[in-house]
Design a protein around this ligand. Sequence first.
Ligand SMILES: Nc1nc2c(ncn2[C@@H]2O[C@H](COP(=O)(O)OP(=O)(O)OP(=O)(O)O)[C@@H](O)[C@H]2O)c(=O)[nH]1
Length: 544
Amino acid sequence: MAILQVTSGDVSFEDALSRYRQGDFVPNHDGKVSFGFTRDVIWTSVLINNASNLPIKKFFYLDSAWLDSANFYFVRQNKLVANVFTGDTLPFSSRRSQTRMISEAYEFKPGLTQVLIRFESKDPLLIPLYLTTEKMIQRNLEINHYFYGFLYGAFLMLLVYNIVLSASLKDSRYIYYSLYLVSFLSLNIAYTGHGFKLFWPEALFVQRWAMIFFLYCYILFGIAFCFEFLKLKTYLPLVYRLNHLIYVSLILLMLGVFIYGDQLLAVNIGVALTSCLVVIFISLGLLALKNGHAMVKFFIPAVFLKAGGAAFSAATTWGAIPYNTFLFHGIEIGMLIEMSILALALAFNLQEVDKARITAEVIAQYDHLTGLYNRRAFIVNTTPLWELGVREETPFSMILLDIDWFKTINDKYGHAVGDSALKAIAKTLQQHIRKSDVLARWGGEEFIIFLPNTSQQAAIQLANAIREKIASVTVSHDGEGLSVTASFGVAEYHCHMNKLEELIKLADKALYQAKNSGRNVVCDFPSLITLTSQPQEIAQQDAV
Ligand SMILES: Nc1nc2c(ncn2[C@@H]2O[C@H](COP(=O)(O)OP(=O)(O)OP(=O)(O)O)[C@@H](O)[C@H]2O)c(=O)[nH]1
């Protein structure tokens, strides 16, 4: 194969032929196939010698879906015998051969045939040209089908997985991930020629601009995903504030290039932005890592691997390294790896969210000062025991206790001492109840105990034991021990009660009675003072 690269203006077939004869074509000894982003026109000349006596049908096959035009001129004995035009400037349905990649059949008569082909593209000019048989083309397409079947299958799986997660978790990161993935998928469908073959075979305008449009979408959603995934709002708020400016600038740029209408310029800007994207992603990732964002440990390797794949694709496209199908598909493989790692990261995040939810649920059950159940958790844990007691007709009781003169303790010794008293009493209560009892901090200085399988008499006994114990507990203050007392109300379930609240109300009434009876006493309902000690003003209860 010999090549003539026309850098300015155009050359007609006749001119190309005469320049070939003048020796202007250069032999393509090193098998160059990539000419990068160029407005140049490439003419190639191939001499085919059919040494047999019979005509042989062969196919020219181009393993690239980016060519705007491939114009084949078949010359025999200095005469043009056939001219076939194909490429993306022709509706797909008008192509003689309906393969996704350009292929052109020709029956070579015995003897020498010269084939001159004029190539042009507004996308990267890549000409991996093969002279082959129909069988080989079918085989190649078959391998391609498996490859893209696997790739699109994997992308669709990741997509569905993330759409389900975004719908159930209402987390914007999954939505941006899905958009990022869909834009890459669409870009891939456009630049591999699948779109032209399957979705818009007649629409030349779409074929011309779809790839560029999806490339810009990919950049836009890539940035949006990066901002959300790295939680820049939290970890880099100054950068995050720029997000709207970035999105608006990108959309304006996109509109600008479409209105200007220069396809090659639009592709060049898009590709340059995609390369910048990798640098931006990694820089933002490192900054977020510095500010303590754990998910970056997934993000940076994912972006590196994708960037590696993309670099190989770009290098083969630009002709920096020799063309090779595997390397050419580097971006797709890299993107699949990146998407899988990021999906893993989002799954990891799901686990974190779950852990945080469990922690929040646990925290929501407990009183932070004493570590006892709070009022809500008390009701939740007591209700089934109440129902069981009612059904099995076993006695059960409730104790409500309130620290005496607690306001005075706070006022006189300070809140910290009040808190220590609350903690000391909580500990005492925990030591005196059974595992099956339910203990909670009911309010400020009030505690409640639900006692399953416990009669009123037994509850009163327990309350008195606790009362005595509390009175003997000392809370340290300025090196001295300060003692506190508590008053108790006890009530037992009766069959006319319908709700837990009714039993609590009775215990509260008994407690009220205990307070009125001078404090540091246990009262039950109906009010009955079971044991008293001399009521004391806390102000007088100094060191023990
Ligand atoms: N230190 C501390 N004080 C609390 C806490 N929760 C509530 N309190 C205080 O407990 C005091 C309760 O005061 P009162 O309801 O007047 O009861 P009292 O002083 O114990 O009087 P009697 O119950 O009639 O013996 C209030 O001053 C609240 O501010 C807490 O978590 N820590």
